[in-house]
Design a protein around this ligand. Sequence first.
Ligand SMILES: [Mg+2]
Length: 261
Amino acid sequence: MNDSKPEKLLLWDIDGTLISTGQAGEFALQDSIRATLGAHPDLSGIEIAGRTDRAIAQQILLKYGQEPTIARVAQFLDGYVEALARRLPERRPFGSIYAGIIDILEKVHRRPDLAQGLLTGNIRRGAKLKLEHYAVFHYFEFGAFADDDYDRNRLPPFAKARAEARYDVRFQPSSIFVIGDTPHDIACGKAIGARTVGVATGRFSDQDLVRTGADAVFPNLSNTGAFFDFIDNPRPMATRSETTSPDKRNRRKDRRTGEER
Ligand SMILES: [Mg+2]
């Protein structure tokens, strides 16, 4: 048993960063619209990017003419979680765990100087279902979830506090790394003065993420050496941004929802 304490904290986004669920989340939202609102599902106009599940549920209830009371939001999300459990296996052929992720999670897990948790707009039950389905939930002992607040930017302190309680240490903002695929993840990290890592595996390009002022941007995390090089020796963006192939750079990502769920 190694009793040394972690010095750095890595906080991971889920969708578009660790995994793609093959849009199981979006299908589950639609299922819950049918099941709990008895309506034809239409997610147009619903902002999903950077929003927490509770905030998404609020928007959906309003769109369908219902007052988004705490009870109704909870009921809608109960329907969502129930549907998600069905949709994850069904959408598995279209989903994936991104390149390099398992290798990185395993290496972080084995390094006593690093701790890792979740920082996600998913409600905890949804996060657990998604990550258990892709067999990586056990890497995360703590996290911050939509259950903690409607506003994603208010989630980091919950993750930080849980990490500090778990390890009985204090993490300086410069020792915290927020890793995500959307400008909202980067903003969320900056809100607590953390270092930010953008990864262009979701619906935003590396150039989109560079523009957010992320401290490092990677096309994906298959180059695990480059990722740990940044974690171990974080330096400004200019020396860390990886180049990508022109076709990747020019690829237009679908921004209708901005982020896959
Ligand atoms: Mg994401």
